[in-house]
Write a protein that binds this ligand. Structure first.
Ligand code: ATP
Ligand code: MG
Length: 253
């Protein structure tokens, strides 16, 4: 007999610049769980100049994607080490192929995904945001000059270290990243939409207060449409709370 399964196994997906990292970081301030960010894992390889890092450096500068199998090996190994601890993946899977590999691994462990949240941000909002984004590269913490500025200009809030622009946060590379999002990531979103009993669609621009009854279902796929991270946040936190009530509060803040 199985004990009840209350482990958080969740994806946060969305176009480049949709705020996946921002929302994950905010969730971490409330709850105790592990976040694996594919982009951060790759950037850490680049900084450490590993073989994968050298490959990733070239791919990322061009706005391309790393091969599915490389990503699966990297992230799959990390997910395995987390065992039955709560986790959220940011930026993986990002293609249909990656999603199928991940699903297969999780199904084999009888630990299927429980929630996929899509951050559905209109494209015209996103470019602006990317150009205003500054990153603390070692930690992956992101700041936005207009709505989420650092406490001290140009410095990370926690370490005081300098912030920098990501090399791929420029107009040209961003155009390529958006193109690969449409070609590669939208089929993956479709895959999870179809796996879901019914799709929960919330327009966070018009529906301002979260409706917990909408979010208590067993459905896999939730679409949150919004212009800003502040619009999306209350809905996201309500969904996470209602789907994973056993999550522990963050130990430090
Ligand atoms: P944002 O950080 O704004 O959400 P993003 O999702 O495009 O934007 P990252 O997730 O940080 O950025 O990824 C940066 C780059 O790393 C991608 O453009 C891509 O080249 C590579 N990359 C990240 N995740 C994957 C993945 N799952 N598969 C293949 N390549 C990836
Ligand atoms: Mg990111």
């Amino acid at each position: 007999r199985r004990v009840s399964d209350d482990q958080m196994r969740m994806l946060i997906v969305g176009s480049p610049g949709s705020g996946k990292g921002t929302q994950s970081t905010r969730l971490l301030k409330h709850y105790d769980f592990s976040v694996l960010s594919a982009g951060d894992v790759l950037r850490s390889h680049i900084q450490r100049k590993t073989d994968i890092g050298q490959r990733a450096d070239a791919v990322i500068k061009q706005g391309g994607l790393m091969p599915d199998q490389v990503m699966m090996d990297l992230i799959g190994a990390e997910v395995k080490t987390l065992g039955s601890a709560d986790w959220l993946l940011d930026g993986f899977p990002r293609t249909l192929g990656q999603a199928q590999m991940l699903d297969e691994m999780l199904d084999a462990q009888a630990k299927p995904l429980r929630l996929v949240v899509n951050l559905d941000v209109p494209e015209d909002v996103i470019l602006d945001r990317i150009l205003q984004r500054w990153t603390h590269l070692p930690s992956g913490r992101v700041y936005n000059l207009s709505y989420n500025p650092p406490k001290v200009e140009g410095k990370d809030d926690i370490t005081g270290e300098p912030l920098s622009k990501r090399e791929d946060d420029n107009v040209e590379t961003f155009g390529k990243r958006l193109k690969s999002f449409h070609a590669q990531t939208e089929p993956m979103l479709e895959h999870y939409r179809q796996k879901s009993g019914s799709v929960i669609d919330i327009d966070c621009r018009t529906q301002t207060s979260p409706d917990a009854s909408k979010t208590s279902s067993q459905d896999l796929f939730v679409n949150l449409r919004g212009d800003t991270s502040n619009q999306i946040w209350p809905h996201l936190v309500a969904i996470v709370q209602s789907r994973f009530p056993a999550l522990k509060p963050a130990s430090s803040s």
